[in-house]
Design a protein around this ligand. Structure first.
Ligand code: HPA
Length: 292
C-alpha cells in the first residue's frame, strides 16, 4: 500500500483511540523507556494493535505508543505539553527497511507534532566522554548506507532534496543546554554517527569515526531525524553514552553493559527531560485547550 495511505490509516487509528492531540513526539531508546512514568492522563497502545506498525524485537525496547500530558513537576500549574511517546524503536539491523524504521516517527508527524525529541544509547568516541554521560546531538553523520527518503519522493510529505543544515533545531538545543544547567546535569555536546550494526565497531573503525569528526556512535536516530526534517518537524536529540566505543578502552562490549549504563544515565536523563520539555518552544497547550 502507498506510504501516505498507510500513514493516514495508522494516524486515524491513534486519533480514534486517544483524546490527546500531541504537540511533541518523543522516542525513548534502549533502556530509557521509564520516562513514560512521568506522563499523566496516559493512553497506551501496543504497536501490534496499530495498523501498519511492526513490533520491535530488541531487549529493552517495549513496543508501545504512549499518549499523555507532561508538566514540569516543580510547577504543576504551568501549561501542559501533550506528548506522543514511542517507547521502543525499530532498527535497520533487525532486518527492517528504512521505510519501516521511519514509519512510527512519520506517524507521529502526521498526528500534528511540532517537535520530535529523540533519545538513544550510544558509544562514546570523544576521549573526554565518560560512561553514563549525556550528549546533546548537534549534528550527525549518516553511515547507515541508506536513507529513508530513497525512492520516489512524496511531495505531499516534503521536498525531494531536503536541507539538513540545521537537522537538530538550534532553539531546542539552547533550551536543552539551559535546562541541563538549571538541574545541574553535565550535558556534553557533539556529532552522532550512525552505522547499521548490529556488530559494535572494530577499534580501527572507531579511529576512523573519530578522525571524521564523530563524538558518539550508534545504530539509530538518523532515520527518524531525516524523516522528521523532511516533514518539516523540528528535531532535538540526546545520546546516553552507555559505554566507551571499542578500542577507547580495552574492555569488550556487551548489550548487558549498555543496558546497565543506560540505567545509570537514565536518572540524569529524566531530570533533564522534566525540566526541558515544558520549556521547549511551541509545544505547550494553555489550560483553555488553545494552542499558544
Ligand atoms: N556502538 C554502536 N552502538 C552503540 C554503542 C556502541 O558502542 N553503544 C550503544 N549503542
Amino acid at each position: 500500500m502507498h506510504l501516505q495511505k498507510r500513514l493516514v490509516e495508522a494516524a486515524r487509528f491513534i486519533e480514534n483511540n486517544s483524546p490527546i492531540k500531541p504537540r511533541l513526539g518523543i522516542v525513548l531508546g534502549s533502556g530509557l523507556g521509564s520516562y513514560v512514568d512521568h506522563v499523566k492522563n496516559t493512553v497506551s497502545i501496543p504497536y501490534d494493535q496499530i495498523p501498519n506498525f511492526l513490533a520491535p524485537s530488541v531487549e529493552g525496547h517495549e513496543g508501545r505508543l504512549v499518549l499523555g500530558t507532561v508538566t514540569n513537576p516543580k510547577s504543576p500549574n504551568s501549561p501542559a505539553v501533550p506528548v506522543a511517546i514511542l517507547q521502543g524503536r525499530l532498527h535497520l539491523y533487525e532486518g527492517h527497511s528504512m521505510d519501516q524504521v521511519a514509519f512510527p516517527t512519520r506517524t507521529l508527524c502526521m498526528l500534528g507534532i511540532d517537535t520530535l525529541l529523540l533519545t538513544n544509547a550510544a558509544g562514546g568516541i570523544n576521549p573526554s566522554f565518560r560512561e553514563a554521560d549525556l550528549m546533546l546531538i548537534n549534528d550527525h553523520i549518516n553511515l547507515m548506507g541508506d536513507n529513508p527518503l530513497r525512492g520516489p519522493n512524496l511531495k505531499e510529505l516534503g521536498p525531494r532534496f531536503p536541507d539538513l543544515t540545521e537537522a537538530y533545531n538550534k532553539e531546542c538545543q539552547e533550551v536543552l543546554r539551559q535546562a541541563a544547567a538549571r538541574v545541574n546535569v553535565t550535558l556534553r555536546e557533539g556529532v552522532y554517527v550512525a552505522l547499521s550494526g548490529p556488530t559494535y565497531e572494530t577499534p580501527a573503525e572507531v579511529r576512523m569515526l573519530r578522525a571524521m569528526g564523530a563524538d558518539a556512535v550508534g545504530m539509530s536516530t538518523v532515520p527518524e531525524t531525516i524523516a522528521a526534517n523532511h516533514l518539516g518537524v523540528r528535531v532535538a536529540a540526546i545520546s546516553c553514552i552507555t559505554n566507551l566505543a571499542a578500542g577507547i578502552t580495552s574492555q569488550k562490549l556487551t548489550h548487558a553493559e549498555v543496558m546497565t549504563n543506560a540505567g545509570r544515565a537514565v536518572t540524569k536523563l529524566l531530570s533533564l527531560l522534566d525540566e526541558a520539555i515544558p520549556a521547549l518552544p511551541h509545544v505547550q497547550v494553555q489550560k483553555s485547550g488553545d494552542k499558544p
